[in-house]
Design a protein around this ligand. Structure first.
Ligand code: PEP
Ligand code: MG
Length: 325
């Protein structure tokens, strides 16, 4: 089995009927790159930058961040690298920042909300990203966007820093794609309007499921509600993909669901373009996709979103993939 999978290392990710998708990796640090390259990733679909800020005593400087982003872009040799801006708050704390105590941190000043509240900190990261942009194929992604005004405000700061760098005579890549995570139900429901202003979407199912089900993703007592293949979640995903398609934008997924063997056939059917997962899941996912017909699963997906429960849907997928794999 391992030897069979190794053969797919340099293969594109194409379904049985010739539909191409991209299989990318999630990373949290530079150390993860070794595994990414060894497992045939076609890009980095999510670089969680919070780890640069955690486990230390002060904010990372622009230069420090620049060196890390540049390194990742260079190691990926021109393959797309989606770097997500700081997603702190919620369960992730920074002791040296003295964030306000909140009674509902997951509903509080988190991610892009915090960055817009602390533009000094945000501008430093944006400058480091812009400077690194000439060293590979950088795509910038903002987390936890709920409404379009947040995206506009973030893009405004990005434009301002770009103008400053250019005035300083520093090189910045042209046409950097700027996208958003879809992980707040409001963003999924209004994806048609957001698709006009974002260059791409990446669906963050870890949070999208948490917020849609109103179930803390860390709380074992409500873990039964964490249902990636519930019709409520699948309908949101379908809406997001359809909205992006209408605007000619691509859609990825970087939550755990993207590497889930039961979810992959459905996501392929719904037309997801990019699947970003832990590196070790990439070759098995490529093998699975090669055995699936995109056209068949497009038809199945339409039926699946109208089924009554995750159990029914999982049983359907298992029954229809048994012969494929
Ligand atoms: C997500 O919410 O699905 C996601 C990828 O982001 P994180 O797990 O870092 O919140
Ligand atoms: Mg998230």
């Amino acid at each position: 089995r391992q030897a069979e999978l190794r053969k797919l290392l340099h293969e594109p990710s194409v379904s049985k009927d010739g539909h191409r998708v991209e299989l990318a990796a999630n990373i949290g640090s530079v150390e993860d790159l070794q595994k990414v390259l060894a497992n045939g990733a076609e890009g980095v679909g999510l670089f969680r930058t919070e780890f640069l800020y955690m486990g230390r005593g002060a904010l990372p400087t622009e230069e420090e961040q620049f060196q890390v982003y540049k390194h990742v872009l260079e190691r990926m040799e021109g393959k797309p690298v989606v770097i997500r801006t700081l997603d702190i708050g919620g369960d992730k704390e920074l002791p040296y920042m003295k964030l306000p105590a909140e009674s509902n941190p997951f509903l509080g000043l988190r991610a892009v909300r915090l960055c817009l509240d602390r533009p000094d900190l945000f501008r430093t990261q944006l400058r480091a990203l812009l400077r690194a942009s000439v060293h590979g194929q950088l795509k910038i992604m903002f987390p936890m966007i709920a409404v379009a005004s947040e995206l506009r405000a973030a893009k405004q700061l990005l434009e301002e820093e770009k103008a400053k760098l250019t005035a300083e005579g520093r090189a910045v890549a042209e046409g950097i794609e700027v996208g958003i995570m879809i992980e707040v139900p409001a963003a999924a429901l209004a994806a048609d309007t957001l698709a006009k202003e974002a260059d791409f979407f990446s669906i963050g199912t870890n949070d999208l499921i948490q917020y849609t089900m109103a179930a803390d993703r860390m709380n074992e007592n409500v873990a039964y509600l964490y249902q990636p293949c519930h019709p409520a979640i699948l309908r949101l995903i379908r809406m997001v993909i359809a909205a992006a398609k209408r605007e000619g934008k691509w859609v990825g997924m970087c939550g755990e669901m993207a590497g889930d063997r039961t979810a992959i056939p459905i996501l392929l059917g719904l037309g997801l373009h990019e699947f970003s997962m832990s590196a070790s899941s990439i070759l098995p996912a490529r093998a699975l996709i090669k055995a699936l017909s995109r056209e068949e699963w497009a038809a199945h997906a339409e039926a699946i979103v109208n089924m009554d429960s995750q159990e029914t849907i999982q049983a359907f997928v298992h029954q229809h993939t048994r012969s494929d794999n």
